[in-house]
Write a protein that binds this ligand. Structure first.
Ligand code: ADP
Ligand code: MG
Length: 573
């Protein structure tokens, strides 16, 4: 009963902090149940774990938007945002619900299940020095926390049309993504989208000066969704698409929007209708990273050191070898498309010009540049590329589509680009991806099986158990995971967008330690995790602890990115 917790806390006022542990347990406040799952041992320890829960009947939400799995993700996200703004409006600083960003992610913070609605909070229990502030604690736990639950979870307290629109937008975005898959399209950018961001450190839309997106007519595609919503914009087909244009004309901004388009965005973001196929992966150079047993031989061979590039290992990759490793690792976990920007690429990985080919004999150059591999990658493995290249015409010959940006406005210039390099598009444009029928030989060089399916990489079980502690992996901000004594640097993994995904990666590393048995390959383990996540949600990743903390679902690509950058990774021979 309410009075219980309040009077306990009043009685604890002024006593030493450790006495807070008495309040563990569950308490009823009208329709709201407050669970105090874990109590911090001192004022500086990580905050206490508290859950709030309301039964379905008391919450009164319509079942049509809270039953399907995808709808629950969107509705949870909406309630998460309601809770966040409630806490800010009322300046409730002791209560931490987590910070929503521009994407709708599957999270543990707010969950909807068959029985009801639950939020997982972190609460800093107040102290003066090391003494309990009992009256304040009573206000927080017996007034503020139940009020938050009332604000989030009682349907009649919400602006319910907002909830409905949020869920419907998410449905439409997923339907559009499925539609892209069915039509063989890689991505869609709706007309009127706002792609640029406010600043380099803000993910909010640029305000007044942004030039809204307009599709070139030749790539324009219209789709009418089952909700009745009709969208027109630029459709990027699978294959090779090259984005050109003068410096500062918006090339990288488009690519970055496509990168983020693997996640759905909230209304008002400007990228609501930028949708990319879900496995699309950004590839960049990342010198200094570790590589363990990658087959980078399609790109790099005959290193002067004699190192085997069919199973390439290094503690300190160069620009080109790191980019090759990033690429083959993305393909290994099933990326169907690659997003590459010249700004973050190693030039010698991407191209080599005629004079250089004349000066340095092929057998003295270990690198086969990406320009020679981009078409076999598509024809043999069905992997598409969207590439930003403003500084070289080398990719004209291998592009299905060339899009030029002029003051942020795209135009298709494929014919002109092909004319300039004397290419007959029929030479390659009909090359179909592997398995889809008539495989014609490729004009862009390379034998017919440059990308023979590489040997599966099987991590040793031992390497994935770097410490005997119960928890050996922990997120350290957005771009770093501590795993045992090692630190995994994820700062170059640009599609990691929320620190809670990094926490999810840490959980996944722990989870994987259970899967690896010296027989299971990396791709099998990742597929197993994805299946589990589809079935159980993010709670499953944390072993369904009562209070899992604040975790979001990472993509298989980003989990693999962490594992691949782990310097302690070892493979079964
Ligand atoms: P590029 O890669 O072609 O050199 P960027 O994409 O880096 O160009 O963009 C250059 C600048 O223009 C950035 O500051 C970006 O925010 C801004 N910008 C990009 N697209 C737009 C747009 N559609 N409207 C207004 N500003 C834009
Ligand atoms: Mg750029």
């Amino acid at each position: 009963p309410r009075s219980n917790l309040a009077s306990t806390l009043h009685n604890l006022d002024g006593r030493s902090y450790g006495n807070y542990k008495q309040i563990r347990g569950s308490y009823e406040f009208g329709p709201v149940t407050v669970f105090i799952d874990r109590v911090q041992v001192d004022p500086f320890a990580s905050p206490s774990k508290v859950r709030i829960r309301i039964n379905r009947a008391e919450a009164g939400f319509p079942t049509d938007i809270t039953t399907e799995r995808a709808d629950r993700i969107a509705a949870s996200d909406f309630l998460f945002r309601v809770g966040d703004s409630f806490l800010h409006r009322n300046d409730r600083r002791s209560i931490i619900l987590g910070r929503p960003g521009q994407e709708v992610l599957e999270r543990t913070n707010v969950v909807i299940d068959d029985d009801g609605f639950e939020a997982r909070l972190l609460v800093n229990l107040p102290a003066r020095g090391r003494r309990i502030l009992g009256h304040q604690a009573a206000d927080i736990l017996t007034r503020d926390v139940p009020e938050l639950a009332q604000a989030m979870f009682v349907h009649s307290n919400l602006r319910a049309d907002g909830l409905h629109e949020h869920v419907q937008l998410h449905r439409d975005q997923l339907e559009l993504q499925n539609h892209l898959g069915e039509e063989g399209l890689l991505a869609f950018i709706g007309n009127d989208s706002i792609l640029p961001r406010r600043s380099g450190d803000s993910d909010l839309p640029m305000d007044s000066h942004a030039v809204a997106f307009t599709s070139p007519t030749s790539l324009e595609h219209t789709v009418t969704l089952s909700s009745g919503r009709s969208l027109t914009g630029m459709a990027i087909p699978h294959g090779v698409t090259v984005i050109v244009g003068g410096g500062y004309h918006g090339k990288s901004t488009i690519l970055r929007a496509l990168e983020r388009g693997v996640y759905p965005h909230i209304a008002g973001d400007g990228r609501e209708w930028v949708i990319t196929e879900p496995s699309a992966t950004s590839i960049r150079a990342e010198d200094g990273r570790a590589v363990t047993g990658d087959d980078i031989s399609p790109f790099i061979n005959n290193l002067p050191s004699g190192t085997d590039t069919g199973s390439f290992t290094t503690t300190n990759a160069s620009g080109s070898t790191s980019q090759a490793a990033n690429l083959v690792e993305a393909v290994e976990v099933g990326a169907r498309s690659l997003l590459i920007d010249e700004d973050t690429s190693a030039t010698n990985f991407m191209i080599r010009d005629e004079r250089m080919r004349a000066l340095i004999p092929a057998d003295r150059e270990p690198i086969t540049p990406f320009v020679d591999r981009i078409r076999p990658l598509f024809s043999e493995r069905g992997v598409s590329t969207v590439l930003v290249a403003g500084g070289s015409s080398a990719f004209f010959e291998v592009a299905d589509h060339v899009i030029a940006l002029d003051a942020y406005v795209p135009q298709e210039v494929t014919e002109k680009a092909h004319e300039l390099v004397g290419v007959n598009p029929a030479d390659f444009a009909s090359t179909s991806p592997a398995g889809s029928g008539d495989d014609k030989s490729d004009s862009a060089g390379g034998s017919s099986d440059t990308f023979a399916t590489p040997r599966p990489r099987i991590p040793t079980a031992k390497a994935l158990r770097p410490s005997s502690k119960t928890k050996s992996a922990k997120a350290k901000g957005l771009g770093q995971v501590q795993f045992g004594k090692a630190f995994i640097d994820l700062s170059a993994v640009s599609q990691l967008v929320d620190v809670q995904q990094t926490a999810g990666i840490a959980e996944a590393l722990e989870y994987m330690a259970e899967i690896f048995d010296n027989r299971t390959s990396l791709t099998e383990a990742l597929a197993e995790i994805d299946d589990m996540l589809d079935a159980q949600g993010v709670d499953g990743l944390t072993g369904n602890r009562d209070h899992p903390g604040h975790v979001a679902r990472p993509r298989a690509q980003e989990i693999a990115a962490a594992l691949n950058r782990f310097r302690g990774l070892q493979l079964v021979e």
